[in-house]
Design a protein around this ligand. Structure first.
Ligand SMILES: [Zn+2]
Length: 605
């Protein structure tokens, strides 16, 4: 048993002690002391909540827990969902007042009630009990830690919990696993048709279900193929009309464009009956329309967000009566990041503010991020529903050490304090990534639920859980690269070019030594060794990038030598391939990078 598990067990015992007379009994010496009570009409997510409770409590205690719909079947019951027993005990009005993801965990009479404002809320109540109260940790999709205790009670509880952010999306491959996402209460990517498809009802269903694409949709609704026939529908740049995802935008002051797009959006919504959202967002380029009419609007508004927002408002207004439950979202991105002076987002418009230009090595309160922070404040003042599209990786090198772990917590607190209600944390495009992916996903899942937690303590907790005996050297490595970043004036962009000056031979020699210590501490101890080897990939990647130069430098300085390049390359190739990390950069396959290294260092076989 790891020290972490012992600690968790100790915590559970302490929880049970003070009011043991009134505590809720779960198991006694490996025998169940309660049943799990479910409504006959329970929804799939509520049934899943009951199954997850039964299975994890069995792993904790060794006992078998029955799931029943008969209220008379057990003296003590874990009551799951708003069944008749729960409604009677807690009150119809109390339950009706719960927001969809809000939940109550309450000991009352002989029962422990787990009831949410929706089936997903009830599912989250079950996970909160297992995780936050009883110490289960779903660290990664393949590694769960369950404390063992054959006798288990829960102290009296009266919790009323809801998330800070309504939309929580750490966009990393880790979170595409539907089980992991539900257990860690992320409701984004698995819910909006991501790589694994929309979350099924069992996992709580999708929070965001888009009709059509979820971003950069101008080209989808008004395709560039129409340029020849309708040149004035597209953006005028230096006297020329341009169209296409990477080439142009729409002329937003042209009434024909508005009518055409409304019709296209209407048709898309008709094809997606359960849609919650439709995205009306600029193409991924900055060639916005400078025609006289658009330019006049933007001048009046002090920003090209003016023409954009007036246009999106018009779409949202026209389609509101027909689709009263659908939100129309748009971007404040690049040229539209600055809020308009006059236009105001309608009540059925979501503005998604994008932080793509920021310095991710420093918090939003830092001088380097002042312009973004000012824009965020301006949107916070006028947007009824503000989301943020944030960036947590380096798209020009997914393996490069990206020391942004000290800003994740402060930035989420900044967002919470500025009316942001949903956060998409983009960590990849279509592939698992190389740098602390599991750590980022888990820590972000905690902070997106409640950003007012000690983010550095969460990182340490993850290291203890996932790296076990190697936690200390891994934390020393994290400290090393973050101290170096903070001590430099390096602007940590999400398109940071290689090399960062602080990632030099001396620093990476020290990093390499820390990983050697980490590996020695976990040799033969799975899953820790696998986790450490994965965390080592960025350091190995740095060495493979700079080997000839750095090896000479560390030799001259008498620093410990790295492994021979062919050995590093062999290990890197094996693991990156096994993990399916397909992209080295956003446009370069990992296989291509490995082939280049094989040219330099010899085949990795
Ligand atoms: Zn125009």
């Amino acid at each position: 048993m790891s020290p972490m598990v012992l600690l968790l067990v100790a915590a559970a015992v302490l929880l049970a002690l003070p009011e043991s007379a009134a505590a809720f009994p779960i198991a006694d010496s490996g025998r169940a002391r309660c049943a799990i009570l479910l409504d006959e009409e329970a929804r799939p997510a509520e049934r899943r909540a009951a199954r997850e409770l039964a299975e994890h409590l069995r792993q904790m205690t060794g006992a078998t827990f029955s799931v029943t719909t008969n209220p008379g079947a057990a003296r003590n019951a874990l009551v799951v969902g708003p069944c008749a027993v729960a409604r009677q005990a807690l009150g119809e009005d109390t339950l009706a007042a719960l927001a969809p993801e809000q939940f109550l965990i309450r000991t009352q009479g002989r029962h422990l009630f787990l009831v949410g404002g929706s089936p997903r809320g009830t599912l989250y109540a079950a996970y909160h009990l297992l995780d936050n109260v009883l110490g289960v940790r779903w660290w990664t999709p393949t590694y769960t830690e369950v404390p063992r205790k054959r006798t288990l009670e829960v102290r009296r509880l009266n919790l009323n919990v809801q998330p800070t952010f309504e939309y929580r999306d750490p966009y990393l491959a880790t979170a595409w696993h539907a089980d992991w996402a539900a257990r860690n209460r992320c409701n984004g990517m698995v819910g909006n048709g991501g790589p694994n498809g929309p979350a099924d009802e069992e996992h709580g269903g999708g929070f965001l279900i888009y009709a059509g694409g979820s971003c950069h949709t101008f080209d989808q609704f008004v395709p560039a193929a129409l340029l020849e026939q309708h040149p004035t529908w597209f953006s005028e740049v230096e006297g020329k009309r341009v169209a296409g995802q990477y080439e142009g935008q729409l002329c937003l002051s042209n009434p024909e464009v508005l009518e055409y797009l409304i019709d296209a959006v209407d048709q898309t919504l008709q094809k997606t009956p359960g849609a919650t959202n439709v995205s009306i967002t600029q193409n991924d380029n900055v060639q916005y329309c400078r025609c006289a009419r658009c330019a006049a609007i933007d001048a009046e508004e002090g920003s090209p967000a003016g023409a954009m927002l007036r246009f999106v408002n018009a779409v949202a207004e026209r389609l509101e009566a027909k689709y009263p439950r659908v939100m129309f979202d748009t971007f404040a991105y690049q040229y539209t990041r600055k809020a308009p002076r006059l236009a105001r987002p309608r009540r059925n418009v979501i503005v998604r503010l994008c932080s793509i230009e920021c310095d991710f090595g420093r918090p939003l309160s830092a001088a380097t991020n002042r312009a973004f922070a000012e824009d965020a404040k301006a949107w916070a003042a006028i947007a009824p529903r503000l989301y943020v599209w944030d960036y947590i990786t380096n798209f020009t090198n997914y393996f490069k050490p990206h020391p942004n772990l000290r800003v994740l917590g402060p930035n989420l607190r900044f967002f919470a304090e500025h009316n942001v209600r949903g956060v998409f944390e983009q960590g990849t495009e279509i592939t698992p990534t190389g740098e602390f992916e599991d750590l980022r996903a888990w820590v972000l899942s905690r902070l997106l639920w409640n950003p007012y937690q000690d983010d550095q303590k969460l990182i340490a907790e993850f290291c203890d859980g996932c790296y076990g005996p190697a936690s200390k050297p891994i934390q020393a490595y994290i400290k090393l690269i973050h101290d170096l970043q903070e001590g430099s004036d390096y602007y940590l962009s999400c398109f940071a070019q290689d090399p960062a000056p602080f990632l030099n031979a001396e620093a990476m020699a020290r990093a390499d030594q820390l990983f050697k210590q980490a590996l020695a501490a976990v040799a033969g101890k799975e899953p820790y060794e696998a986790h450490v080897r994965r965390a080592y990939l960025p350091v190995q990647s740095q060495w493979l990038t700079h080997y000839e130069e750095w090896a000479k430098e560390v030799a001259a300085k008498g620093l410990p030598a790295p492994d021979p390049a062919p050995k590093i390359l062999r290990e890197f190739k094996q693991l990156a391939t096994a993990l399916g990390i397909r992209l080295y950069t956003s446009s370069k396959p990992t296989t291509e990078m490995i082939a280049e290294w094989e040219q330099r260092y010899g085949a990795a076989q």
